[in-house]
Design a protein around this ligand. Structure first.
Ligand code: AHM
Ligand code: MG
Length: 331
């Protein structure tokens, strides 16, 4: 299919032709007190996503796959593309008015930026989630979470319920941008022929029940007993197992098709592996905004009081009723 034909499909297939930019501007108009700063930050994230998507496409050709030979603060081997994606986001976001604080999986500490007057925001992100998938051509993603920061409070980490926008970009068979700013979850697909994200779905809803679970089952023996009981129950009742090893890809499937995504505590990682500020919180808010549930196994993820940028938390996300079944096994 030629690229011009695929644009026609995008227009006729969805009735209207709304870009991410126009969607965000329309949302902004619904809030008369909005200054436009948040819209600019989201547009910076979209530009970063397009840049990262382009770099990923050429990674094998330009020999930028593989490890760089250094570790991040969490003792994980950094991939060359982790560093490239992080640099893209830092550069683009630092140049936007109103960005006062940046927190990245790839940086040890919060980065403070001299923001001009007006409203100030902090942006937390995982530049390239699931990057060990890169060597095998698998899906990876970018996750982001945005907070408003009060003057002089830039070092204060806020709980997830205070987010003002959150989302992810899935770099898979297409480049998909999913976001919420508190009025539902909306999905955009990059049309590479025009370089714009086009809205393909509004107000996504996670099905109330699903029959797929997504977990690294190799760790089963060291999960707390309630998780083991739940997973046994799933197997007995005909669930399927799907695990991409990239949270963005796994959560995207749950968002569209229902089911549950888990990263429980393990012997090796007693608080689970995933990080609260730039993995668990944004995904939890998206799933809740889509009618699903998000828990640490003990309480709502969005209510966890953060203590540090890279803190880890057990993660349960998915269909409302399926998560409720798991919670009763954990009780
Ligand atoms: P990363 O941010 O270093 O890529 O790690 C997070 C990733 C998630 O995308 C994924 O769900 C999880 O780690 C997979 O971990 P495991 O290999 O232990 O199953
Ligand atoms: Mg990650």
């Amino acid at each position: 299919m030629s690229s011009s034909t695929s644009n026609v499909v995008a227009i006729t297939g969805h009735g209207s032709f709304i870009t991410l930019q126009s969607h965000v501007l329309a949302e902004e108009r619904r809030h008369p007190e909005a200054t436009g700063t948040l819209s600019w930050i989201i547009s910076a994230l979209a530009i970063s996503a397009k840049t990262i998507a382009a770099k990923l496409k050429r990674a094998r050709l330009e020999d930028v796959l593989g490890e760089i030979g250094s570790e991040n603060v969490q003792g994980e081997q950094q991939q060359k593309l982790d560093v490239i994606a992080n640099t893209v986001l830092l550069r683009v976001l630092q140049s936007r008015d109103g960005v006062a604080v940046l927190g990245s999986e790839e940086n040890d500490e919060l980065l403070h930026v001299d923001a001009e007057g007006g409203r100030h925001y902090s942006v937390m992100f995982d530049p390239l989630d699931g990057s060990s998938n890169l060597d095998v051509g698998g899906s990876v993603g970018t996750i982001f979470s945005i907070y408003r920061v009060a003057e002089g409070r830039g070092s204060t980490l806020l709980p997830g319920r205070e987010q003002v926008a959150a989302g992810y970009v899935l770099y898979g068979s297409s480049t998909i941008f999913v976001m919420t700013s508190g009025s539902g979850v909306h999905m955009f697909v990059l049309d590479p022929s025009i370089g714009a994200f086009i809205r393909v779905a509004e107000h996504l809803q996670v099905p109330a029940r699903g029959s797929t679970y997504s977990v690294n089952e190799a760790n089963l023996a060291s999960f707390p007993e309630g998780y083991q009981r739940f997973l046994a129950q799933c197997r007995d009742t005909g669930f399927s197992s799907r695990y991409a090893g990239a949270m963005v890809a796994d959560v995207h499937r749950v968002l569209i098709k229902g089911g549950v995504f888990l990263y429980p505590p393990t012997a090796k990682a007693p608080n689970g592996k995933l990080r609260l500020m730039y993995e668990a919180n944004p995904m939890a808010w998206l799933i809740e905004q889509a009618g699903g549930a998000a828990s640490t196994g003990r309480g709502r993820i969005l209510d966890v009081q953060p203590e540090e940028l890279h803190q880890r938390v057990p993660v349960i996300l998915g269909s409302r009723d399926t998560v409720a079944d798991l919670m009763s096994c954990l009780a």
